[in-house]
Design a protein. Structure first.
Lengths: 105, 553, 185
């Protein structure tokens, strides 16, 4: 996508969906896949990105699916994805869900 | 409604076991995601932005109350308490867990439902007129044929690995409510001059990247030849459809590249060569299926509907509901009621489990236990006694399902878009919501009259934007959401593909642009009887372009 | 590579002949191009002849010669490519081909029933999981079908609806009874 090429110099994190539940997850420096982008390992530069990609790919067998390295923007102490699609993945649909839907979060 | 016998039950149970085995093999790592993907898609399991999505087949859009209650139960137990009805008359759950899908399938099997072929490059769930068996204009009920085709196409050994997905739709009335001309195959059940049953057959329609209107390849195909003829079309497509480029793989491209005449000749040649011994569809077999769709035990002693008339005179809201959401039934004293899933500012097609239960209850009590799903993302109560309509309306109001906007500017079709879908480039639902709010005033909506707005979040066109009177297509422009507007599309029997009116609009600008288009229509229409589509077809795009872009030039 | 046929794996007795090499005396599998080019010489040979059709190659031009082959191999380059399924059904149903019909390539175990029903009776499978499942008889299959295919005569017809068919039971590891033992070997 164009958003990616535009942001090609930005740092990257590895994201995927948990194989069993489908939940959006990010790879932490320790190798865990967890829900919070704030705890994701951040790869700066080509070599670090290739290394992260390689380690993350090893988890495709039984832990996660649909792996991608996505550009992020550091905002003070916060980290947020650069592309709208990834912001929506990180924070959920931008529309109001039925109040009862929170019961199953 | 069709009811499973032991054979059907066994088949679905075996299929659930097979898919459960496939899930287990994926979770154990025996299958890679690449290998698993086509298997899970054959069973309606997608991986979307936030979670897995499970698409449940609602064959030709018919549901019983029991089935609706089961869907509510699944929403509550396994998902986030709501579901989404689609333009393919199916239901999607957007928060399914892969490890729970086998359990959900087992629950569905209890009520004769499944997810077979709701995705993948196979013959998808068969869709049909949502007013089938009820509408005053119906010539033949298409549901028995839809059921026969559902069976024939299920786990078909030859046609499960097609170049691309394949969609069939059926109607049995002159008014096309199932958009058959934008399907891979469209069938109109009809009688010929001798009174025999058969079908007009269209091939090669579709939306997506390259929208095309289907070509009529047969004006009358005798009933007995239905299966053999379908096999002929599918075999040509399976062998000759393009597999080198998925954007050119639908049958519409094959029809276009071969040409209409050559395609027709190829189908007839293949059809003639098929040994029909095991393919012929005998009348008595059709009759056995037809019995499942026999009319319900209507009350035939119609002596007027005083409660209905009184409510219509005294309750303006009810009168509006009747005017917009109630349609003529073939049986005197009955009506068809549309349950709008388009509340002002809501998500088109979404429904909570409580609402599903409410509709199940209403259908059980007032509509012979039947609910339909329309491709316009609404529900239909097909057989309501006129005299019961005030009570039905009151119940719908109680469930916040009584929006009187069928066919109006706020009855918007929208795909899930970038809020859920991994294929989307832009959001659809927020656009639908803001348009709905902009045009919320009921008097204004009624003044504008029949107007179909359809929104897709990507070129795959699940939101049918090509056949919207006003179509909106979301695109990604350098990382920003951008919306292209088409005008003059229509999915009915006067099928046309909308034309791009000019350069697109930002998310902020698209609502104003649609309002400008609507105001332009109000200005150019000859009278309130000339609806948007008719006016557009008369005046063309010039006045709309001028209103939209003149100030910018 | 071993071939799955009947109830288990057997060695492959056939050899694929490259188009540009002269044939040895024994059984040989040739391409469509070579067969059409050397039809007379090939049919005059006194040894069993097989044919391989690459993905996308049709039966055009071969219609009158199909009974000369003891083996026809249909290549399946990718498990999503369904063209061979139509070719197989045409061979069995329209051209009454009775020799061995082999699916060769990237086949998942989940496709074995479809392949069987369109007329294949031997499998040259590259996928390890499929090989193991066939060997151990671990394939879960849907036995009830909603349409007639290329197994008329073997499959029973329960009769309630004329298009219903049921595959027979009694199979390797409660998997699949390949039924006919194919010709050729």
């Amino acid at each position: 996508m164009s958003a990616k090429s535009q942001n090609s110099d930005l740092p990257l994190v590895a994201t995927a969906n948990d194989l069993r539940t489908g939940a959006v997850v990010y790879r932490s420096p320790g190798g865990a896949w967890q829900r919070d982008i704030a705890h994701a390992e951040i790869a700066e530069g080509k070599d670090a990105a290739a290394d992260l990609q390689q380690r993350a790919e090893a988890d495709l067998a039984v832990r996660v699916a649909d792996l991608a390295l996505i550009p992020i923007i550091r905002d003070g102490a916060f980290v947020r994805p650069a592309a709208l699609r990834e912001i929506i993945r990180a924070t959920g649909p931008t529309i109001e869900l039925p109040p009862s839907s929170q019961l199953r979060l | 409604m069709y009811r499973y016998d032991e054979f059907d039950h066994d088949l679905v149970r075996e299929r659930v076991a097979e898919f459960s085995d496939q899930v287990a093999r994926r979770l154990s790592g025996e299958l890679t995601e690449d290998q698993f993907k086509p298997l899970r898609l054959m069973n309606g399991v997608y991986l979307q932005l936030h979670a897995y999505m499970l698409r449940i087949a609602v064959p030709y859009g018919t549901l019983s109350s029991r089935q609706m209650r089961k869907l509510a139960h699944i929403a509550r137990t396994y998902d986030r308490d709501y579901g989404h009805f689609t333009t393919r008359q199916n239901l999607q759950f957007h928060w399914a867990k892969l490890e729970e899908v086998p359990k959900i399938l087992a629950e569905l099997a209890e009520v004769e439902m499944h997810c077979i072929q709701t995705s993948g490059n196979c013959i998808r769930n068969i869709s049909a007129d949502h007013f089938a068996g009820a509408s005053a204009d119906e010539v033949i009920d298409p549901r028995p044929y839809a059921e026969i085709l559902r069976q024939w196409s299920s786990l078909h050994p030859e046609f499960s690995l097609l170049p691309r997905k394949f969609k069939l739709a059926l109607i049995g009335a002159p008014n096309d409510r199932a958009a058959i001309q934008v399907h891979d195959i469209g069938l109109e059940v009809k009688r010929n001059e001798a009174g025999e049953l058969g079908f007009a057959v269209w091939v090669g329609g579709g939306q997506g990247r390259t929208p095309m209107i289907a070509k009529k390849v047969r004006d009358f195909l005798p009933e007995a030849d239905l299966i053999a003829y379908m096999e002929a079309i599918l075999r040509i497509y399976n062998q000759q459809g393009r597999r080198d480029n998925k954007f050119k793989a639908r049958i519409k491209i094959l029809v276009h590249e071969m040409g209409e005449a050559e395609m027709k000749a190829a189908i007839e040649k293949e059809f003639a060569a098929i040994d029909e011994t095991n393919m012929v569809l005998p009348r008595d077999a059709v009759e056995r299926i037809e019995r499942y769709f026999a009319p319900p035990p209507f009350d035939t002693r119609f002596n007027g509907a005083p409660a209905f008339e009184r409510a219509r005179e005294t309750d303006r809201d009810f009168a509006s509901f009747v005017e917009r959401n109630v349609h003529p039934h073939k049986m005197r004293g009955y009506a068809i009621a549309t349950v709008s899933l388009k509340p002002i500012g809501g998500t088109p097609g979404d429904m909570t489990s409580a609402q599903m239960d409410a509709v199940a209850e209403i259908a059980e009590q007032y509509s012979f236990d039947e609910v339909r799903v329309s491709h316009e993302q609404n529900l239909v109560l097909p057989h309501v006694k006129l005299e019961d309509l005030p009570a039905v309306y009151a119940h719908l109001r109680g469930a916040q399902l009584a929006t009187a906007n069928y066919g109006l500017v706020t009855d918007i079709i929208a795909c899930p878009g970038l809020d859920y879908c991994s294929l989307a480039n832009a959001r659809s639902i927020p656009i639908a919501q803001r348009l709905s709010e902009r045009f919320a005033d009921p008097a204004r909506q009624r003044d504008i009259g029949d107007l179909k707005i359809k929104i897709s979040g990507c070129i795959n066109a699940c939101g049918h934007h090509h056949v919207g009177h006003i179509g909106i297509l979301g695109v990604d422009r350098k990382g920003e959401e951008f919306y292209q507007i088409t005008l003059g599309g229509s999915g009915d029997e006067t099928c046309s593909i909308g034309e791009i009116v000019g350069k697109g609009f930002s998310s902020a600008g698209v609502i104003d642009a649609v309002e400008t288009i609507v105001d332009t229509y109000l200005r150019v229409r000859q009278s309130a009887d000339e609806n948007f589509l008719a006016a557009y077809r008369r005046v063309g795009e010039a006045p709309f372009q001028e209103a939209l872009y003149a100030h910018a030039a | 590579m071993p071939i799955f046929k009947g109830h288990g794996f057997t060695p492959d007795h056939w050899a694929l002949a490259p188009d540009d090499a002269p044939l040895s005396g024994g059984r040989a599998v040739v391409s469509k191009v070579r067969f059409l080019a050397e039809r007379d010489a090939l049919t005059a040979r006194n040894a069993p002849l097989g044919l391989i059709l690459r993905s996308g190659e049709s039966l055009d031009g071969l219609e009158d010669d199909l009974d000369r082959f003891q083996l026809i191999v249909l290549e399946i380059p990718k498990y999503t490519d369904g063209r061979a399924y139509s070719t197989a059904r045409l061979l069995r149903e329209r051209y009454k081909y009775t020799g061995e019909l082999r699916a060769s390539g990237d086949v998942l175990r989940d496709q074995i029933m479809f392949l069987h029903r369109v007329g294949f009776d031997s499998f040259e499978v590259t996928h390890e999981g499929t090989i193991a499942a066939l060997r151990d008889g671990k394939i879960k299959l849907v036995r009830n079908h909603y349409q007639a295919a290329a197994r008329e005569g073997e499959e029973s017809a329960p009769g309630r609806r004329p298009w219903l068919r049921v595959s027979p039971r009694g199979v390797p590891g409660d998997a699949l009874d390949m039924g006919i033992d194919g010709g050729g070997i």
